[in-house]
Each structure stands twice: as C-alpha cells, then as structure tokens.
Design a protein around this ligand. Structure first.
Ligand code: GDP
Length: 524
C-alpha cells in the first residue's frame, strides 16, 4: 500500500554529522549507508582517502584535490524511516556552506574522537546547532583505541560546550580491552567482537548481568557498573523533551571503524530524532510541514557541476508539502515563476532524477541564475518568504584586485554575483574602497579565484591581510577613524555596516580596554 503524503513526511529524518576532521564522520556515514542497504559493503563513499574521485563531473578544482567542495545529500530507508544525511564538508573544504547546511537539518549527530575530546571545529558547528535549538546526539568514537576516560569526556560536553548529557550506554573497557557497552537505555550489555544474538546479554533488576559470563570477573565490567551507578544517582535524567530542545544530548560510546555500537545508535537515534519541523517566515508565521502547499528555501548553490554547461544547482530544503517534477513555483524575492522540470538528487554521489519529494527532503534545482542563497520557493498562490539565513563571521581575509586593470568591469560583476550567491563575503576599505573578501575557510578563496577565471574571464590577485577577527559595531556613530591602528582596520560590509578587523584576539582585547564605550558584536 502506498503511504499518504502525511505519512511520508512523518517518516523523514533529516540530519547532519558535525565533527572535527578525522573524528570519523566519513567512516560513520559509510556504516549508516551500509545498514540502510544503500551500499552493499562498507566501502568508500568519498574518494578522498583512496585517491579515487567521485563519479560525477564535479568542478575541476574538486577533481584536482579529490575532495568534495560542497555538501551532498545521502538518502536511505531504515525501519520505515527515510533518512537524509546532509554532508558537512570539514577538512580543507570547510566553508560557509558547512554552516548553512546546518540550517537545513532537523537534528545533528556530533562525532567526537574519544582520544581528543571536543575539538575546535566541533565547537563552531555545535554553536550553530545550539542557536537553532535542534536536538544533538553525541557519538564518542574510536573506543577501540585508548582514549580519555568516559566520565571525563562527558564532563567536557558540559564544560566546553555547556550542554548537559545523558549516557545512553557506557563503555566496558577501552582500546584492546574494549569488550562492549553497558546499554542503559535498552537495559542490556552489547558485546564487542561477538557475532549474532549472543551479542546482547540481558541485565537483571539490579542492573547487573542476568547470565553467567566470564566478563563479570573483569575489572572493566566492575568499573563500568560502578560508573553507571554513579550516573544513575548523580547524573542527569533522560528527558525526551529536553533532548528535543537540544538542552540534553544523549551520548553513545562506540567504534565506527569496527562497526561497534553503530546499529544500536542508529535505531535509538531514529526513535528520538524529530520528523520535519516547522519553519518561521519573515512575518513570524510558522509553516507546518504537513501544509498542502509546497514551500522550501535554498541553503546552498553549487556552481559549475558541469564545466561545459556552466550550470548551477540550487539545493532546496523542502519545508512543506510535496514536490513533483514539472510543477511551477514562485520565487517571491523577485516575483518570478519558474517551472521545475529539471531536478537532481544525490545518492552516494550518483546523480539521479527525482520525481517526487516531500517536506524534509532535499532537492537540487538546475539554476540559470534565478536563485540566491536564502531564497524561498513556493507553490500555489503563496507569496511568503522564510526568515533570512544567518551571516557567519569570517575568519580569513584577502585583498583582491584584477591582474589586468582593463577587466575592472568584469571583475566587479563577477564579485557581485559570487557575493550574492553566498560563495564569499564582500568588504571594502573606507576611503580607498579597496575590495576585501572574507571567508570561513581557505577553499572559498580558491573556488572564487577559479570561478572568476572560468566564468568571468578575470584573473585575480589575492593577498592575505593579517586580520582574522571581525567585529560589527552597535553604536557606529561613536566610532572614529583614529581608533584604528596597526593591528586593526575599519571596513564596510556589503550592506555598508562598519566592521573592525583585528589582527588577533589580543588586538581585540586591547581595543576593548582602550575604548570600552564602543559596543562590538560577533555574528555567528
Ligand atoms: P572524517 O574526517 O571525520 O570523515 O574521518 P574519517 O571517517 O575519514 O576517519 C579518520 C580516520 O580515523 C581514518 O583513518 C579512519 O579509519 C579512522 N577511524 C574512524 N573511526 C574509527 C574508529 O572507530 N576507531 C579507530 N581506531 N579508527 C577510526
């Protein structure tokens, strides 16, 4: 029997994995796809580690480096749920797209390398999720290696990230002695390196192993029991409402590489991860995913997927209703109606055509230059717009000029378009009006340079400026030119807001001490 559209929508689980490079995101994604039956063996999703490239014709730069420039979407079915994983590029390809992808998900999985604890990129991505109030599920990875003590890792969650935690399971041993987990949620012990049913052992009413087993003699088992007892008495309670609000993170210990704890994690995650959530419009109306009319917003634009055609793909997170190929939608920003005949969807890097998708799903629309990041697309007669996507504080800046001054017109046109598209951020110096570009990741500059040359036929010269810390100003009228110095400069952003660029945190603090009346603030 075919599911109704409502049931389809309720079955969607759309999330992203956030982590610092090398924590195991790719390995985890492979294992999830494997359980979802999307791949036959836990082979390689991305080519970066093996030197093989993705099959589709990505941008030239991507082929050269063997990494994926912008995030793709992976989809599989499990237990009656349709799972959408949005990839968040994390290595050298970390960029604003990584942040914006988090605007399009309903939940996040935070992967932590248990030997390293909470790392810088995880903190940045976590903050974006926190701001959105979405549920965050933590997977403490690499338990098959010697790492930090489990209680210490949980303490880090509270101390570094300020989020309370609940251990869904607790490791028994670690590294070579990692023999399993004490599964508090399912009240059983899950054994590592044991196949089949005997993989799970039942607990009795006292929370101890209900069957005779040599494990009970080990110090690891005794330690785990002791720690679990401590958590039962002094730890947080499991509270689904607080999980849903992102105030409490359920924590799972496991090993993605040896595939231990991944399936239990997936099953529990799917139980508590939310179905597609409503979104607010600019007029502060919530749009219900089950509303009949199709609506969505663009969170990413990927250019030049096919260099021969210079086409772009606009990624849409569907917020409500369902999409059908050939339907007409309006882009309220420009009051334009377009017929959506060409769409793509991604599955393990093979592009497929989608005919139907519902709220929670991601679709790619071929774009000939209509769309901008943040745009709303709506079906029917509606004309509302979703609230704007946040702007993110860049951490890298370059001064950019055209190598050939005769190309100045193309240069400015190219910059304008790429800035509108969200590929890079635009700033200019106050009196000299030199153009500065800001980015959260170095790759954004490389993509910019490549696209200026290929799409606008302009070779650019870029020079890193020392500044790394940008701060906007609440009381702009109190700012004077004389406040700038060797370690700070004053510029304008694309909306003509004043921005201080400081060389480093030290220069920022020095400024704050010297001019305590200037109220500076940070975007996300
Ligand atoms: P990503 O950068 O977060 O996508 O990380 P990868 O999935 O590429 O993993 C980085 C490295 O850690 C690779 O060499 C993996 O084989 C290894 N790795 C991932 N998960 C585990 C794990 O559970 N245990 C161990 N020992 N290594 C792991």
């Amino acid at each position: 029997m075919q599911k109704s559209i409502h049931d389809e929508i309720l079955s969607r689980r759309t999330f992203a994995i956030i982590s610092h490079p090398d924590a195991g995101k790719t390995t985890m994604t492979e294992k999830l796809l494997y359980f979802g039956g999307a791949i036959r063996d836990a082979g390689t999703v991305k080519g970066k580690k093996t030197g093989k490239y993705a099959t589709s014709d990505w941008m030239e730069i991507e082929k050269q480096r063997g990494i994926s420039v912008t995030s793709s979407v992976l989809q599989f079915d499990y237990d009656g749920k349709r799972v959408n994983i949005l990839d968040t590029p994390g290595h050298e390809d970390f960029s604003e797209d990584t942040y914006r992808t988090l605007m399009a998900v309903d939940a996040a999985v935070m992967m932590v390398d248990s030997a390293k604890g909470i790392e810088p990129q995880t903190i940045k991505l976590f903050k974006v999720c926190r701001m959105r109030g979405i549920p965050i599920f933590t997977f403490m990875n690499k338990m098959d290696r010697q790492g930090k003590e489990p209680l210490e890792l949980m303490e880090e969650l509270e101390e570094v990230l300020g989020i309370e935690s609940y251990a869904m399971n607790y490791p028994i041993g670690m590294g070579k002695e990692f023999i399993g987990v004490y599964d508090r949620y399912n009240q059983r012990i899950e054994q590592a390196r044991v196949e089949g049913e005997s993989h799970f052992l039942p607990l009795n009413e006292d929370g101890e192993l209900a069957v005779e087993h040599p494990m009970t003699e080990t110090s690891y088992y005794k330690q785990a029991l002791e720690d679990v007892l401590l958590l039962n008495e002094a730890g947080n309670e499991f509270d689904t409402e607080r999980v849903a609000k992102g105030e409490l993170t359920p924590v799972f210990f496991g090993s993605a590489l040896t595939n231990f704890g991944v399936q239990t994690f997936l099953e529990t995650f799917l139980k508590f991860a939310p179905s597609p959530q409503p979104r607010m419009t600019k007029d502060e109306q919530a749009v219900d995913p089950k509303a009949e009319e199709f609506s969505g917003f663009i969170f990413k634009i990927q250019a030049n997927m096919n260099p021969a055609h210079r086409d772009r793909i606009a990624f849409v997170r569907i917020v409500s209703g369902s999409f059908e190929r050939g339907m007409s939608v309006t882009i309220p920003r420009i009051s334009k109606t377009v017929k959506l005949t060409q769409t793509t969807q991604f599955l393990a890097d093979d592009r497929e055509t989608v005919n139907e998708a519902v709220a929670g799903d991601i679709i790619g629309l071929y774009d000939t230059g209509n769309y901008q990041i943040g745009d709303t697309v709506v079906g029917g007669k509606s004309n509302f717009q979703f609230e704007a996507l946040p702007q993110f504080t860049p951490e890298l800046f370059v001064r950019v000029t055209a190598k050939n001054v005769m190309k100045s017109k193309h240069f400015h046109k190219g910059i304008l378009q790429l800035v509108q598209e969200g590929a890079i951020q635009y700033y200019k110096t106050l009196h000299t009006e030199e153009v500065l570009l800001g980015a959260v990741g170095q790759l954004q500059f490389e993509v910019f340079e490549h696209r200026m040359k290929n799409e606008y036929n302009v070779e650019v010269h870029m020079e890193h400026i020392g500044s790394k810390v940008a701060r906007w100003i609440e009381n702009e009228s109190d700012v004077k030119d004389s406040m700038t110095g060797q370690r700070s400069m004053l510029v304008k952003d694309r909306y003509d807001n004043l921005v201080f660029l400081f060389e480093n945190d030290f220069a920022l603090r020095w400024f704050g001490d010297k001019y305590p009346d200037i109220r500076l603030y940070n975007l996300l």
